[in-house]
Design a protein around this ligand. Structure first.
Ligand code: BG6
Length: 487
């Protein structure tokens, strides 16, 4: 098994899940800033004012705030992202630890509201631009290549209210202005960028939550995002032809539960909606034939112009990047054996083990996914998220012995190695939450993915000190041997 010579080993986080400092240095409020903590049993909530009353609604991607609502912070609620792990003040220490592991790349995102606090300003906030410049320069000091997500689940609250969570074409210009500011500011400092994190999450939510997300709204939002993404790709290449821009898909493989041909067809249609729809729009630059079926089924009357179609064709992404955590099973038959977890409210696979959050460990699915996507798009792939979210315990010797995490990561790296051996061009692997951070789905700190432990709990207690886990040293060896020693 041979990983290519310049393989980009690293880790990934998102601004809102690590930085904290939610109201410092001119930062505006994002949607995440009004999102409370939750748990597996209790959804995270968006808090807002409506009709003079403080209220809340479940924070489902693609659902947004009710019409006329104004996001508000409830003094009695807990918002884990407000402090997160305070990367804002610890970034030097954290990047040093990443460098100690041998990272070649570090994936993080930019908080849109640090750069444009409301989202519609003419001029960028200099303090925000300066913060990320310091972060990227710190990475470069150690030879770490930043891999930067432009938008990772934290739209400016002001824009989200005004345009009803991307239900307005005006969002395209707002996004492109923001992306342009980044492309110009970090020229020569950042080569790799991803336009929208897990852009397909609104469609995955359609499957999981039924009527919670209005079908046609999810498709319209995506259309504006595809056009925004395409314009950003074109602009990036104009500003610097060396820029490499990717999409980012929540990569979940679906399997049919039975050999019943109805299950096989359902499986295909599920993959089309959840995965291929967005991948095709961004990597092929046009909507697939099955889009017509999906639009008809979901009563979608898309606001789409000839100009939009041209932009999409001209702004295809340079690489296909995705997160991969688990596989799912679908069936047309009745099944009692259901699993929960965000994105995973489906049928249980009897051949797999599930985490306490209901996520299946399914490494072969990663090989399958890589081979299918490379065959379909024929552009380089990056696995930009993968990891195991579990409760870690500090042992009597004061350390975290996370052999279960090592085992999970090892199996997935083996799967990537197999795909590479089969000819797939995989260029990077960034394990998710390389340092413990706030869970996006539940808002918990106790759902830990990190190779570095952070002392902070679900109520905000802890002194935030950092400590390498056993997986830290294991990954260090993996990187040092370029994936030859996964033992
Ligand atoms: C992906 C997101 O869905 O998975 C991350 O891009 C997220 O932001 C990660 O944190 C793991 O999910 P969770 O819900 O366990 O944090």
């Amino acid at each position: 098994m041979s990983f290519p010579k310049n393989f980009l080993w690293g880790g990934a986080v998102a601004a809102n899940q690590v930085e904290g400092a939610y109201d410092l240095d001119g930062k505006g409020l994002s949607v995440t800033d009004i999102t409370t903590a939750g748990s597996l049993e209790k959804p995270r909530m968006l808090t807002y004012n409506l009709d003079g009353k403080l209220q809340e609604t479940p924070a489902v991607p693609g659902a947004g705030l009710p019409k006329g609502a104004t996001g508000a912070i409830d003094p009695n609620a807990y918002y884990p992202n407000h402090v997160a792990i305070d990367f804002y003040h610890h970034y030097k220490e954290d990047i040093k630890l990443f460098a100690d592991m041998g990272f070649k790349t570090f994936r993080t995102s930019i908080a849109w509201t640090r750069i444009f606090p409301q989202g519609d300003e003419e001029k960028a906030n200099q303090a925000g631009l300066d913060f990320y410049r310091r972060v990227f320069e710190e990475c470069k000091k150690y030879g770490i290549e930043p891999l930067v997500t432009i938008s990772h689940y934290e739209d400016p609250l002001y824009l989200s209210e005004k345009y009803n969570d991307w239900q307005d074409r005006a969002m395209i210009d707002m996004y492109v202005r923001y992306a342009k500011a980044l492309f110009e500011e970090y020229k020569g400092l950042v080569k790799y960028r991803l336009t929208f994190n897990e852009i397909n999450s609104a469609l995955l939510m359609l499957n999981s939550f039924g009527n919670d997300v209005k079908d046609d709204a999810a498709y319209q939002k995506l259309h504006y995002q595809f056009v925004a993404s395409a314009q950003a790709v074109k602009l990036a290449h104009q500003i610097d032809p060396n820029y490499v821009v990717g999409n980012m898909i929540c990569g979940i493989v679906d399997y049919p539960l039975t050999p019943d041909s109805k299950d096989i067809l359902l499986n295909r249609h599920t993959m089309e909606q959840s995965i291929f729809y967005c991948g095709d729009a961004q990597a092929k630059g046009y909507y697939p034939t099955f889009a017509k079926r999906l639009w008809a089924e979901h009563n979608v009357h898309l606001d789409i112009t000839e100009e939009d179609k041209r932009e999409m064709r001209e702004g295809k992404v340079d690489m296909y990047t995705f997160s991969y955590y688990m596989s799912n099973v679908v069936t047309t038959h009745e099944s009692e054996d259901k699993v929960g977890g965000n994105f995973a409210a489906r049928v249980k696979n009897p051949y797999l083990n599930y985490s306490e959050w209901g996520w299946a460990t399914a490494p072969t699915g990663l090989q399958y996914y890589l081979e299918v996507m490379y065959d379909r798009y024929e552009i380089p792939l990056m696995v930009v998220e993968n990891g195991l979210g579990v409760v870690d315990k500090i042992a009597e010797d004061g350390k975290v012995h996370d052999d279960y995490r090592i085992d999970y990561l090892r199996q997935h790296l083996q799967a990537i190695g197999n795909a590479i051996d089969n000819g797939v061009d995989v260029q990077a692997y960034t394990t998710w939450g390389c340092i413990d951070c706030v869970s996006a789905g539940t808002g918990q700190m106790s759902k830990r993915y990190g190779l570095i432990y952070v002392d902070r709990d679900d109520e905000g207690n802890g002194d935030l000190h950092r400590m390498p886990k056993d997986s830290f040293y294991w990954y260090q060896k993996v990187i040092a041997t370029n994936g030859e020693d996964l033992g």
